[in-house]
Design a protein. Structure first.
Length: 693
C-alpha cells in the first residue's frame, strides 16, 4: 500500500475509535454516529483492498483525496461540537447553557456530512471500483504479481578482486574495525556497525572485507546480504558452497545447518551479515556458529540500534559518523559514475566512444533509476515501510522543521500529541509519544544530537494564497506580518508554525487576525507579539508557544480553551505569566511566575505534567520571604524547571511531587539545598549556576 493510503487507513481507524468513545448522547445522535462509523469502516476496507494493486488510475487517486478531506472534516465537526457542549455544560448561566445546547446538534451536522460528502464517495466506489473479481480497475499497465524470490537480495561469497572498492574513499572508521578484527579473543567475537541509511555502512564493510591484512588473517571470508526478506536456507546453501566445493545433494534444512556448523568449526573465517533487520534473522545464523572458534569473527551491519547492541552485549557497536562534505561528494561520485561507467563499457564495442557517451548523457535519468537500491529515497523507504501508521505520521511531520534545525524532543512530543497523531493503547499520551520517538531513533530515521533531534528531510510549506484553502498546515519561514497582511483564507488550517532565522516583530494590527477557525497548533516561538493574541473562538487549540513582549497575567479568554494541553508563553521582558482559570487538559506550562505557583494552580490545572517557574521575587507570593513551603500537591507533575528564582529555602516531600522524575535548577544562586524527599522517585537532576559554598 502506498504510504499515503496506509496513513489514511490509520487515520480512519483512530477516527472510528474516537467515535466509539462518545457516551451519553441522545438516541438520534448515537444513531448518526453509528451509521457514520460503519461508512468510515467501508472506506477503510476499500483502501486496504487496494494494497495488491501496483498501478492505480487517476480516478483512484482522486477518490483517495476525497476520502482524506472528508475524514478531516468529520474530525473537525465532531471535535468542534463536543468542545462547544463541554463549554456550555461548564457555564453557570442557565439561559446560555440551554441556548448553546439547543443550537449544537451533532446528529444534524453528522447527517449533513454523511449525505453530502460520505455517501457520494461510497456510491462512486460501488459504481466504478466493483469488478467481478473485486479488483480496482487501472488505466495503467495491468497488475502483475511480484515473484517473491526476485525480491531477495543475492547471498554471495565475494571474490578478492574489485576495482570499485580500490577507489572507495578512505573511511576513518576502517582502522577501528580492523583493530577489532585483529584482537586476540578466547571465543568467536561479534562486531557490529550501526548508522542511519546512506552513511556508507555497507561500503565500509566491503572495503574492510577486501583489505589486505584482513584477507591474510581470514582465508575464508563470506558475505551475506540479509535485507528485509532473509531466506536462511539460501544462506546456508551459499555457505556450504564455500566450504564444500562438490556441494550437497538435496540436503534437508537440518543437514544444511549441521554441515555449516561443522565446516566452520575448524576454519578461520570472517562472516559479514549486511543489512540485518530483525533479531530473528540474527538468531538463525547465531545457532550454527561455532562459539569456541576463537580465531574467527562475525561483522554485523545494521541500521537498527537494538540489533547492533544485542548481537554482542559485551562490546559497544561502532557508530558511523556523519559524512563530511568532501567524503559525501566522493561517495556520490563513485556511486553515480560507477553506474555510468558500467553503461559505457557495456556498449563500447557496438558504437563509437563519442556516440556512446552521448547515449549515456541522453538517458542518464533512466540509467540511474536502474540501480534502485543505491538511491537514497529507496534506502530510506525500506525503513519507512516497517513503520506503523502512527509512526509514519510522526516521522513525516518532522519534515515541517527547516534544514539543520535542532528539534527539542519535548517540543516534538507536544506537537505530535496536539496534532492528534498519538493514540495510546495503555499509559499516557506522553509515554506513547516517547515510545514512538525511541523507535524512530532506533530505526535510524531520526538522529540524536545532544538532547535534540536533527530532522532527516525538509519540505517547503509556504503555499500560494490561491491554494491556501486546501491546506491543513502552514509552516512559514518568512515574515508572518506580510503573510497576514494579505488576509489569507485558511478554513481548514490546523497548524500555524513559524520558523525564522532571526526573531521578527509581528505588526500589532495582526494580533487579532488569526484567521484559522479549526486551529489546533500555534507555534510561533521566533515571532515577537506585543501582547497575547486574540484566540477567543479558537476552541480547538491544543498547543500554544508564543514570544510576548509584555505579559503579566494570561488573559481571561484562555479559560475558553478547554482542549489546551501545552502553553509556553515566552515573555521577552518580564517573564511573569500569571495563571488564569485554565482547562483540565493542560499538561505543559512554562515560564510561570513565582507568584502564580500556589494552591490555585493545582486546582486549575490538576493534570499538569511539565512546569517551568521563572522570574524574580516579589512580596505576599508562594516564595514569600525567599522560602517556598510546598503545602499543596502536584499529583501528575513529572518535569519541573526552576530558573532565575530568588528562593533560598525549599521545603517539600515526595507526597507533594509523587510522580516527579526530572528536576532542573538553573541560575538560582540563593538556593541552599534541594529537599531530600524529592529523591524518592527522581530519575534525573540537572543543576546549573547555583549558590557557591
Amino acid at each position: 500500500m502506498a504510504s499515503g493510503e496506509s496513513i489514511l487507513v490509520f487515520f480512519l481507524q483512530i477516527l472510528n475509535e474516537e467515535l466509539r468513545n462518545y457516551r451519553g448522547l441522545k438516541n438520534g445522535e448515537q444513531l448518526e454516529l453509528d451509521l457514520l462509523g460503519n461508512e468510515l469502516g467501508r472506506l477503510q476496507a476499500f483502501l486496504q483492498d487496494s494494497v495488491a494493486v501496483r498501478n492505480k488510475s487517476q480516478l483512484f487517486g482522486e477518490t483517495v483525496k476525497q476520502i482524506r478531506e472528508v475524514a478531516y472534516e468529520v474530525e473537525d465537526t465532531i471535535e468542534m461540537c463536543s468542545t462547544k457542549k463541554k463549554a456550555a455544560a461548564k457555564t453557570k448561566n442557565l439561559f446560555t447553557r440551554f441556548r448553546t445546547s439547543f443550537s449544537i446538534s451533532i446528529a444534524k451536522q453528522i447527517k449533513t456530512l454523511r449525505e453530502a460528502k460520505v455517501k457520494p464517495i461510497l456510491d462512486l466506489i460501488d459504481k466504478d471500483f466493483s469488478n467481478v473479481d473485486g479488483s480496482i480497475p487501472s488505466t495503467s499497465e495491468p497488475f502483475t504479481e511480484i515473484d517473491s524470490d526476485q525480491s531477495i537480495m543475492p547471498i554471495t561469497v565475494l571474490q578478492d578482486q574489485s576495482d570499485m572498492l580500490d577507489k572507495v574513499v578512505d573511511f576513518e572508521d576502517e582502522a577501528t574495525i580492523i583493530k577489532y578484527l585483529m584482537e586476540p579473543k578466547d571465543k568467536l567475537d561479534v562486531i557490529s556497525i550501526h548508522g542511519m541509511a546512506g552513511l556508507g555502512k555497507t561500503t565500509l564493510g566491503r572495503k574492510i572485507f577486501q583489505e589486505k591484512t584482513v584477507r591474510q588473517k581470514f582465508p575464508l571470508r563470506i558475505w551475506i546480504a540479509v535485507t528485509q526478506k532473509f531466506d536462511s536456507r539460501v544462506a546456508f546453501l551459499k555457505i556450504v558452497e564455500a566450504l564444500i566445493p562438490e556441494g550437497m545433494h538435496s540436503p534437508t534444512d537440518q543437514e544444511l545447518a549441521t554441515a555449516v556448523r561443522l565446516g566452520l568449526a575448524n576454519r578461520k573465517f570472517l562472516l559479514v551479515m549486511d543489512d540485518v533487520w530483525t533479531m530473528k534473522d540474527w538468531e538463525v545464523i547465531k545457532k550454527i556458529l561455532p562459539e569456541e572458534n576463537k580465531g574467527s569473527r562475525v561483522l554485523v551491519i545494521s541500521r537498527i540500534w537494538n540489533i547492533a547492541t544485542q548481537v554482542n552485549i559485551r562490546r559497544e557497536p561502532h557508530v558511523m559518523r556523519n559524512l563530511g562534505e568532501g567524503t559525501s561528494l566522493e561517495l556520490l561520485k563513485l556511486r553515480v559514475f560507477g553506474i555510468l561507467q558500467y553503461e559505457y563499457t557495456k556498449t563500447r564495442a557496438i558504437i563509437g566512444v563519442k556516440e556512446n557517451w552521448s547515449t549515456v548523457y541522453e538517458n542518464i535519468n533512466k540509467i540511474l533509476e536502474k540501480d534502485q537500491d543505491k538511491l537514497i529515497s529507496n534506502v530510506l523507504e525500506m525503513s519507512y515501510n516497517t513503520l506503523s501508521g502512527d509512526m509514519r505520521l510522526c516521522f513525516l511531520y518532522t519534515g515541517l522543521f527547516p534544514e539543520n534545525y535542532e528539534i527539542p524532543a519535548s517540543t516534538l512530543i507536544q506537537l505530535w500529541i496536539a496534532e492528534g497523531f498519538i493514540r495510546p493503547r495503555q499509559g499516557s499520551f506522553e509515554e506513547a509519544a516517547e515510545k514512538i520517538l525511541e523507535d524512530l531513533i532506533n530505526k535510524s530515521l531520526l538522529i540524536v544530537t545532544k538532547k535534540n533531534l536533527d530532522q532527516v528531510k525538509t519540505w517547503k510549506h509556504e503555499p500560494p494564497l490561491s491554494e491556501l484553502h486546501t491546506f491543513r498546515r502552514i509552516c512559514l519561514h518568512s515574515d508572518p506580518s506580510k503573510f497576514l497582511s494579505e488576509k489569507p483564507n485558511g478554513p481548514l488550517i490546523r497548524s500555524f508554525i513559524c520558523f525564522l532565522e532571526k526573531p521578527s516583530d509581528l505588526d500589532p494590527m495582526h494580533i487579532s487576525t488569526i484567521p484559522f477557525d479549526v486551529l489546533r497548533v500555534m507555534n510561533c516561538k521566533s515571532v515577537r507579539f506585543e501582547e497575547f493574541p486574540k484566540v477567543t473562538g479558537l476552541i480547538l487549540l491544543k498547543h500554544i508557544t508564543l514570544s510576548i513582549d509584555k505579559l503579566d497575567v494570561l488573559p481571561k479568554q484562555m479559560s475558553q480553551l478547554l482542549n489546551l494541553r501545552t502553553l509556553i508563553p515566552l515573555s521577552w521582558m518580564r517573564r511573569r505569566s500569571g495563571m488564569v482559570k485554565a482547562c483540565e487538559n493542560l499538561h505543559t506550562l512554562s515560564r510561570l511566575s513565582p507568584k502564580s505557583c500556589k494552591l490555585a494552580l493545582t486546582k486549575r490545572a490538576p493534570n499538569l505534567k511539565t512546569l517551568g517557574i521563572q522570574g524574580p521575587q516579589v512580596e505576599e507570593n508562594a516564595f514569600s520571604g525567599y522560602f517556598w513551603n510546598v503545602d499543596y500537591d502536584f499529583p501528575e507533575l513529572q518535569f519541573l524547571l526552576i530558573e532565575k528564582a530568588d528562593v533560598a529555602n525549599w521545603a517539600a516531600s515526595a507526597t507533594h511531587f509523587p510522580k516527579l522524575r526530572w528536576l532542573v535548577i538553573k541560575s538560582c544562586e540563593r538556593l541552599q539545598q534541594i529537599p531530600e524527599g524529592l529523591a524518592t522517585n527522581l530519575e534525573k537532576l540537572e543543576i546549573e549556576n547555583i549558590r557557591k559554598v
